[in-house]
Structure formats: structure tokens, C-alpha cells
Design a binder for this molecule. Structure first.
Ligand code: FPP
Length: 238
């Protein structure tokens, strides 16, 4: 088990490599996404033992609409299935679920399920799972700026009070701490528009493992490595 004192409180994950995992097995890409969903369950369950209180996962980006209609529809179906099947387990396991991203473009049946799961688990506090769905960091910042401008227009906010402490209150993540550690699987060293504002001081781990192979043991190893890193937040070590 990891040293809880040094555990990252908030881990964010870019779950990449489902498609390649499926391709390597000569299976359709959606088979990889289904295998990936199983890992989501496993990783969420591993959090309490690893001392991870907040887990944020990138499930669908604002750019993912460019994929084939079959893949997009299959992913939306998978999200609905995940919520239906996992709701009771998540409730019993003390997981509070939140969704971030723009819901406007999502189908109403999925949005209803998302709202329902948020409400169902609202009193939980053991693990805070945030699922980024139709999420893009730039889009989030733009939507936040729009809401802030509206508050200024309505006279609820003085432009002089806009600073790096007030602005994040308008982000989708306003109730969450910033991520301590951002993990990206599958060997790509990019952040792909994920948590742009929030990850300013995060540690990054780019690992070769494809997401469907990301077991709770791999997760524990990455969390352990975080424990030995020195974080300075721009300051000089004392
Ligand atoms: C990236 O792999 C993965 C996605 C765009 C989807 C992530 C979705 C899941 C892990 C499914 C389950 C999620 C939940 C919340 C139930 P990729 O398809 O880009 O892989 P590739 O780079 O190998 O093509």
C-alpha cells in the first residue's frame, strides 16, 4: 500500500489508447472503449487504499465529435450503460460523482442520467469522481468568461475584483482542488486541452501503458512515484 501522507489528493487521468488496444487484437475500436470502462471501475475502487480523494477522468473531449458517427454513438451508449449499471455500486462505495463539460450538445437521455447520478451520490464523500464529458479546457475557460462577463453586466461583480482567485470560481471545477498529478496513458506526451487552468502546477506522468491495461497495480506504482517528487510551486527549496 502507498504512503498515504505523500499521496496525491487529486489525480486526473487522460485515458488514452483504447483504440490501439482494440486494433492490436483486430477488434473494433469500441471493444477497446468497453475494456477501458472496466478499468474505470477498477481505478475508482483503488482510490481509497491509495489515499486518492479526488479522481477526474477525461471520458469525451469537445474534439471527440470528429470521430466516426459509429464510434461517437457507441461511446454515448457506453456512458449511459456505465451510469445505469454502476449507480448503485458507486452509491454504496461512497463515491460522489460529478460531471464537467458542456452538456448542451449531449442527448437529453444522457444528461438526465448524469443529473440523476450526481443527485443520487450527492451525500457521498469517500471518493470524488469527476467525469469530463464533452469537456475541453479552452471551452471551459470561454464559458467561464461568459458567465463572469454576465455577472459584471448585471452589476454583481466589479471588474477590479477579477483575479486568479475569483476567476476559477466560474470554472466547471470550482468545487474541486487543483489536480496534484495528471496521468496520460498510451505514450503520448500531450495534455490535449485537459484542465488547462487547473493543472498549472500539477505533476505529469506520461506512461506507455494503454488505458485498458491500466490495472490498479499500475495505478499504485504511478501514485507511489508521485510520493518521491519534490513540488516547489515556483518557490526555491528551503
Ligand atoms: C481515448 O482512447 C479514449 C476515449 C476518447 C474514450 C475514453 C472512454 C473510456 C475509457 C470509456 C469508459 C468511460 C467511462 C466514464 C465509462 P483512443 O480511442 O483515442 O485510443 P487511441 O489513441 O489508441 O485511438
Amino acid at each position: 500500500m502507498s504512503d498515504k501522507k505523500k499521496a496525491p489528493e487529486h489525480v486526473a487521468i487522460i485515458m488514452d489508447g483504447n483504440g490501439r488496444w482494440a486494433q492490436m487484437r483486430h477488434r473494433p475500436r469500441l471493444v477497446g472503449h468497453h475494456a477501458g470502462a472496466k478499468r474505470v471501475r477498477e481505478v475508482v475502487r483503488a482510490c481509497p487504499d491509495l489515499g486518492v480523494k479526488y479522481l477526474t477522468i477525461f471520458a469525451f473531449s469537445t474534439e471527440n465529435w470528429k470521430r466516426t458517427q459509429t464510434e461517437v454513438a457507441g461511446l454515448m451508449k457506453l456512458f449511459k450503460r456505465y451510469i445505469r449499471r454502476e449507480a448503485e455500486n458507486l452509491l454504496e462505495e461512497g463515491v460522489r460523482v460529478r460531471f464537467i463539460g458542456d452538456r448542451v450538445k449531449l442527448e437529453p437521455a444522457l444528461v438526465d442520467l448524469m443529473d440523476g447520478l450526481e443527485l443520487l451520490t450527492a451525500d457521498n464523500d469517500k471518493v470524488h469522481l469527476t467525469i469530463a464529458l464533452n469537456y475541453g479546457g479552452r471551452d471551459e475557460v470561454a464559458r467561464a468568461a461568459r458567465r463572469l462577463a454576465h455577472d459584471v453586466e448585471m452589476g454583481n461583480l466589479n471588474p477590479r475584483d477579477v483575479c486568479d482567485e475569483t476567476f476559477p470560481k466560474y470554472l466547471d471545477t470550482h468545487v474541486l482542488p487543483d489536480p496534484d498529478l495528471v496521468i496520460r496513458t498510451s505514450g503520448e506526451a500531450r495534455i490535449s486541452n485537459f484542465l488547462l487552468w487547473q493543472s498549472a502546477y500539477s505533476e505529469y506522468e506520461f506512461i506507455d501503458t494503454l488505458w485498458p491495461d491500466f490495472t490498479s497495480d499500475v495505478f499504485a506504482e504511478v501514485v507511489d512515484r508521485f510520493g518521491v517528487r519534490e513540488r516547489r510551486f515556483g518557490a526555491v527549496p528551503v
